[in-house]
Design a protein around this ligand. Structure first.
Ligand SMILES: [Zn+2]
Length: 354
């Protein structure tokens, strides 16, 4: 088992002060570690005198709504001048525990596959997909020393998403399992369904427009409304977060699913996009990028994978829209990406296991 993760406090201070020698990999950390996002409402407050929005719930989507002028004014400051305050507040808590009112998202390095952990400020924990390999997921989870995983979401039946989940069922008392209802005649799928059934957890098939709370964190089901038979496009897509820190978890949803999300759900203005289908050229269409205007695109793909993920056209599209690309598998180390959101003004990224 690994020793405890590199404290974010130390990493932050070293980068801010420049007083500590940094390893080569830390230079990559500098490219992702400190993005301070000032929420649009602050500008609104300064410019128009409006009040802060209710951060506990997102306004209902409106497909016809034009781009928000406030969002177009959103200011992104690259730096860490305020980060130390929050890190100080973190002393005494496990590194994965959000500060009160905030949340954390871990985009786990599972090589070619997806596994994401969302943790609310009361410690309620949701695992969205588990990668392909249960041994690898178990190793990754040991690094966290999590106390609980309350909710498991299997976005769809592909093995690079559900293969590892049996390790989570074995290690935790899971209360609720969300799956899209789509079956596959594979050993991996049968193992997943057996584990979920034997867990005694509530099995839920969510549909577009459903929502639930993870602690106090709202989670909206963006997709699907019904199964189409296309495994990737039937992925469960979830939106979670708070004002200025909205996250979209897309599974392997591709262009057809994106079109539905745009026209039927009215998805827009996402801060952090878990890029669909590992950055495949079959997804992250231009209209989707235009509507979401993501500030960061997380790509969960194995380094040097045989599929050519992520596709250069996809990363190019995201970059052109102003999004920073952050990948989960850069080398043989655990490159897991941690998003820390305070739900006040900003969120930051770091690599807790470097
Ligand atoms: Zn996949």
């Amino acid at each position: 088992m690994k020793a405890g993760p590199t404290p974010i406090l130390d990493a932050s201070i070293a980068e801010v002060s420049g007083s500590a020698p940094v390893a080569a990999r830390r230079s990559r950390l500098a490219t992702v570690a400190r993005f301070v996002v000032v929420a649009p409402w602050l500008l609104c407050l300064l410019t128009f005198g409006c009040t802060a929005p209710d951060e506990s719930a997102r306004p209902p989507p409106d497909p016809g709504t034009a781009d928000s002028s406030l969002d177009s004014l959103a200011l992104e400051v690259v730096g860490a001048s305020d980060a130390r305050d929050d890190d100080t507040a973190h002393v005494g808590l496990p590194f994965w525990m959000p500060d009160p009112g905030g949340f954390k998202v871990f985009f786990i390095d599972v090589g070619q596959g997806d596994a994401t952990i969302v943790i609310a400020d009361d410690g309620t924990t949701m695992l969205v997909d588990g990668g392909r390999n249960s041994t690898l997921l178990a190793t990754r989870l040991q690094s966290f020393q999590l106390k609980n995983i309350d909710v498991i979401v299997a976005t769809h039946a592909d093995s690079d998403h559900i293969g590892g989940l049996v390790a989570a069922f074995a290690a935790f008392d899971v209360k609720t399992v969300y799956w899209n209802g789509g079956k596959k005649e594979t050993e991996v799928f049968n193992a997943f369904l057996n584990a979920a059934t034997n867990e005694g957890a509530k099995l839920v098939t969510p549909r577009r427009g459903d929502s639930f709370k993870l602690g106090n964190l709202p989670v909206d089901v963006v997709h699907p409304a019904a199964l189409s038979g296309n495994h990737n496009d039937d992925s469960i897509v979830l939106q979670t977060g708070c004002s200025g820190s909205w996250v979209l978890l897309t599974g392997d949803a591709e262009a057809n699913a994106e079109k539905e999300m745009l026209t039927k759900f009215g998805i827009s203005d996402i801060d952090v996009l878990k890029v669909g289908h590992h950055g495949s050229k079959s997804g992250t269409s231009q209209p989707f990028v235009d509507a979401l205007k993501p500030k960061h695109g997380i790509i969960s793909a194995g380094r040097d994978n045989a599929y050519g993920h992520p596709d250069a056209a996809v990363t190019g599209r995201l970059k052109k829209a102003g999004a920073e690309i952050i990948e989960t598998d850069l080398d043989e180390n655990d490159d897991t990406v941690m998003m820390t959101a305070t739900c006040k003004l900003k969120y930051t990224f770091s690599r807790p296991f470097w």
